[in-house]
Design a protein around this ligand. Structure first.
Ligand code: HEM
Length: 184
């Protein structure tokens, strides 16, 4: 049950329909992406800070929120540059980001609405700046690719931990999950 980032990336790109045209549109707007990144970070952390549970995580250690603002800006900009044209380095980086969140105990219930804030605010700003619909769509798609990585990391890590601890086979684990879901 170990995820191969490159393979997962190409599956998501295909499922989400992130095309070569989307890549071009994002790369052409990379300067704009970097320019608006700090403002997006403001919206993002303001949103997280309004939730008591997430606010506590953000301020758990000194300097964390400051560090996070910097990593957010880099992350946001990478969605436009694609790092290595959305290749291996991009996929590896997204997988690492997913693992970091699992380690801190941040699950789908936190990440999905947080990503919705990014899509919403970046879309609004694009409109204000007179950017075309294609850019907004391309950005929303790559946000969904990134979101899929964080979500999948949660499943992969949880399942791998159970398998390691119990020595169960994947087949047995899947059957137990199905039985458990049916009983709920
Ligand atoms: C759209 C969803 C999210 C994105 C794209 C995102 C992005 C990132 C990135 C790029 C990092 C740095 C990873 C590294 O060090 O290499 C990070 C770390 C972190 N994120 Fe997120 N994040 C998201 C959601 C959240 C949520 C919902 C929380 C909840 C409070 C959160 C809290 C944290 C914390 C605490 C760290 C570790 C900071 C440290 O280094 O101490 N993130 N995130």
């Amino acid at each position: 049950m170990s995820l191969e980032p490159k393979e997962f990336m190409s599956k998501m790109v295909s499922r989400i329909g992130f095309t070569a045209a989307d890549r071009q549109v994002l790369q052409a707007a990379a300067g704009w992406g970097l320019e608006i990144a700090p403002e997006m970070a403001d919206y993002f952390y303001e949103y997280l800070g309004r939730d008591a549970e997430m606010n506590a995580i953000l301020n758990e250690s000194e300097g964390r929120i400051h560090r996070l603002r910097e990593t957010f800006v880099a992350w946001f900009h990478e969605m436009f540059t694609g790092m290595d044209d959305w290749g291996d380095a991009y996929a590896e980086r997204r997988w690492r980001i997913g693992l970091i969140h699992v380690r801190i105990g941040i699950g789908p219930q936190h990440v999905v609405p947080a990503m919705a804030v990014v899509v919403h605010e970046a879309g609004k700003r694009a409109q204000v700046d007179g950017k075309n619909e294609q850019l907004r769509e391309a950005l929303a798609k790559i946000c969904m690719v990134d979101l899929a990585f964080i979500e999948q990391a949660y499943i992969e890590v949880s399942s791998a931990a159970v398998l390691k601890e119990t020595g169960w086979s994947e087949g047995l684990f899947r059957r137990l999950v199905k039985t458990g879901a049916a009983a709920m």
